[in-house]
Design a protein around this ligand. Structure first.
Ligand code: SF4
Ligand code: SF4
Ligand SMILES: [Zn+2]
Length: 346
């Protein structure tokens, strides 16, 4: 048959069938695509799974996110009667959503504070540059710093006892090892390495150390606020003292620490924090105390270490300490601004 003269009706039907096929095929593709692109959701909290959740999902055979709470809820599925589990799931999902909402709000609160502080700091930075033509934007380093606790109180017997009791436990624990190398690593294990890196940077550039010390004396221990009655003294700190002085008895070590307890101490902060700084001699402090620098100062040390010429610093001090920056009831006000020039340091 000559195709050019085929029956128009047949031709029309054939076209319709082709169109119908195309439409169905497109629909199928759309559905497959939708299924493919529709995010998998955690079957407990209904949150879309991220690539980080997927190994968990693959391992469990359930669509489950990484949240421990969701896993805990799902674990009940195999041991609960289905209707009971359904109610349990609904109730727990509601609780999880409430918690997520609270966390989202808190994250937003933190982001807002950071943005607000950043804008305030930048305004001061610009104003400083405008009023000091010798300083340039690229050669001035803005460093926000917190504030140590300024309210001193008479040390209570109760706090003193808690500190001494903790020291006794730590010293006894240290005595159970024969050398500091035997003490299992704790969460501050990396502090010693950090300390030696800082010491190395400061040896190469004493002016860098002076700038950092200047900021820390301006701040007066904003990072010490969490030392409470433990002061970060750990068995490894004590064991090292025992290794260096084998004749030292446990009671001698305890007596040394007790003799350094200040009578007046910062309110709600480390027991050793005083008006003039830490009451403990450096060699009795923990590695974390000797090595710690807050984030902005750590970055400054890291960035300046390889440079020949140090950048002057614009230190902007705020009223809160290092651990209550986002406290809703305590606005983090700017309380001090200082330009610290490297050449002014001795
Ligand atoms: S390291 Fe930071 S928080 Fe700690 S005393 Fe120095 S400036 Fe303050
Ligand atoms: S022991 Fe000294 S350096 Fe360490 S947290 Fe307490 S006051 Fe700060
Ligand atoms: Zn989940």
């Amino acid at each position: 048959m000559n195709r050019r003269h085929s029956n128009p009706i047949t031709a029309q039907t054939s076209t319709n069938i082709t169109i119908a096929h195309t439409v169905i095929s497109d629909m199928r593709n759309d559905i497959t695509h939708a299924t493919r692109t529709k995010p998998l959701r955690c079957e407990v909290c209904l949150t879309p799974l991220t690539p980080l959740d997927l190994p968990q999902h693959d391992n469990s055979g359930h669509t489950l996110c990484r949240s421990f709470d969701c896993k805990r809820v799902l674990d009940q599925k195999s041991v609960m009667e289905p209707t009971l589990y359904k109610h349990h799931l609904e109730f727990q999902r509601k609780l999880i959503h409430q918690r997520q909402e609270k966390e989202d709000l808190h994250r937003k609160h933190i982001a807002d504070i950071k943005l607000n502080e950043r804008n305030e700091d930048l305004k001061i930075f610009k104003d400083t540059l405008a009023s000091s033509p010798r300083l340039s934007k690229d050669a001035l380093q803005l460093i926000p710093i917190p504030s140590g606790i300024s309210t001193l109180t008479q040390l209570s017997e109760e706090r003193k006892k808690r500190y001494i009791d903790n020291l006794k436990v730590v010293i006894q624990k240290a005595a159970t090892y024969t050398h500091a190398s035997e003490v299992p690593p704790d969460q501050h294990h990396g502090a010693r390495e950090k300390l030696s890196n800082n010491e190395c940077s400061f040896e190469k550039s004493p002016a860098l150390q002076t700038i950092c010390d200047t900021m820390c004396s301006m701040c007066k221990g904003g990072c010490c606020a969490d030392g409470k009655e433990h002061a970060y003294i750990s068995p490894v700190v004590i064991r090292r003292q025992m290794d260096a002085n084998p004749e030292l008895q446990e009671e001698n070590i305890l007596a040394t620490y007790i003799s350094n307890i200040p009578s007046k101490t910062a309110l709600n902060a480390c027991i050793n924090q005083t008006k003039t700084g830490c009451a403990l001699p450096r060699e009795l402090r923990s590695d974390i105390c000797n090595s710690y620098f807050c984030g902005p100062i750590s970055s400054y040390i890291k960035n300046m270490s390889p440079l020949e010429t140090l950048k002057p610093v614009l230190a902007i001090q705020r009223s809160n300490h290092a651990w209550n920056r986002f406290d809703t009831n305590k606005p983090n006000r700017i309380i001090g601004v200082k330009i610290i020039e490297p050449e002014q340091t001795p």
